[in-house]
Design a protein around this ligand. Structure first.
Ligand code: SF4
Length: 331
């Protein structure tokens, strides 16, 4: 099945084991093209009826258990590892392992890591199965590899909202395996250590520092603009793993204590179109997925801030203490 490996046998065994009559399937955007073939295989081999979730899904923060409660006996959520949340129906999390050759990009990354001995290895869920292979390459090249589990994440795994697996790691530099800049940016800002990306999709290696400088200039501009604001929207997500109403309430109190106005807006999807009716607000604070304010900044005409950035806007924190927003489920 293309370059993703889905463990269909595990699915079939689970369905048989619990005797599920109706099974829900939920795929992240990049895997939705496999939905109908998986559904067909399940229906043919188990006799169960399958319902596919058609809503957008970007993480394990957004499991459709509540929406499918009463509809399905088992929900299979693909492509993400579970978060420490309670679900309304039995959920089987099935990682989708991306099959790719990591060696060339890791070899290139070694050039950029030549001055460092102790390397913190970090990646995302779809590459966790490659960790041993990369560790082998690093060790063969004289490196010491350091990894640990995080709160709600596996060894070496980070999420865009959870960098706990790299907290207090004693390393000289980090090697991130994957594509995109958001996770390496989070590692850089959380640790202030050199972060090298081995990107097997583009067969390249790069240092995150230039991107970090560019992104920080953009964030500084957003914060500066938001300082002029008098009326703030505080967005709370109805997605179970992104829901932070308590935080939103405390931010509202903080804003109002400064003599400004704040309004809590509760929503499931966050898009520029859905914020159009709130033209009278000067800036938004996003307590939902931390990626929204950073990754999507340029599609919104008003500043979108993380909760951490709001504290800088209100002079409760220094710009020099900038950190990424993280969702802490134990809070
Ligand atoms: S909140 Fe955002 S970064 Fe965290 S798991 Fe969900 S989609 Fe990923």
């Amino acid at each position: 099945m293309s370059s993703y490996q889905l463990n269909i046998e595990e699915i079939l065994a689970n369905i048989m084991e619990i005797g599920a009559h109706t099974v829900g399937l939920q795929f992240p955007e990049g895997l939705k093209m496999y939905a109908t073939s998986v559904a067909r295989q399940i229906e043919e081999e188990t006799g169960a009826n399958v319902i596919i979730s058609g809503d957008p899904c970007y993480g394990a923060c957004d499991v459709s258990d509540t929406a499918m409660k009463g509809l399905v006996d088992l929900l299979i959520h693909f492509g993400h590892t579970p978060l420490p949340l309670e679900y309304d129906v039995p959920v089987l999390f099935l990682e989708a392992e991306f099959q790719l050759d990591v060696t060339p990009s890791v070899i290139k990354a070694l050039n950029l890591l030549k001055d460092y001995k102790k390397i913190g290895l970090v990646t995302t869920a779809q590459h966790l199965h490659l960790i041993d292979e990369i560790t082998g390459i690093l060790k063969e090249n004289g490196k010491e590899v350091i990894m640990k589990e995080g709160r709600g994440t596996q060894k070496a795994q980070v999420l865009g909202c959870n960098f706990s697996s790299i907290e207090n790691l004693s390393v000289d530099a980090f090697l991130f395996l994957g594509s995109g800049n958001f996770h390496p940016l989070g590692i850089k800002l959380s640790t202030d250590k050199p972060v090298i990306i081995a990107d097997p999709y583009h067969n390249e290696a790069r240092n995150i520092h230039e991107f970090t400088d560019r992104m920080m200039r953009i964030r500084f501009a957003k914060i500066t603009k938001a300082r002029e604001g008098e009326r703030f929207g505080i967005i709370v997500s109805s997605k179970k793993g992104q829901y932070r109403m308590e935080l939103a309430q405390s931010l509202k109190d903080t804003i109002e204590a400064e003599g400004k106005q704040a309004f809590i807006i509760f929503m499931n999807q966050i898009t520029p179109e859905l914020l159009v009716p709130y033209r009278d607000l000067d800036a938004f604070v996003v307590t939902a997925c931390p990626r929204i304010a950073i990754d999507d900044a340029n599609i919104y005409d008003k500043p979108l801030l993380t909760p951490e950035e709001l504290l800088i806007v209100l002079d409760k924190k220094e710009w020099g203490d900038y950190v990424m927003d993280e969702i802490r489920y134990e809070d």
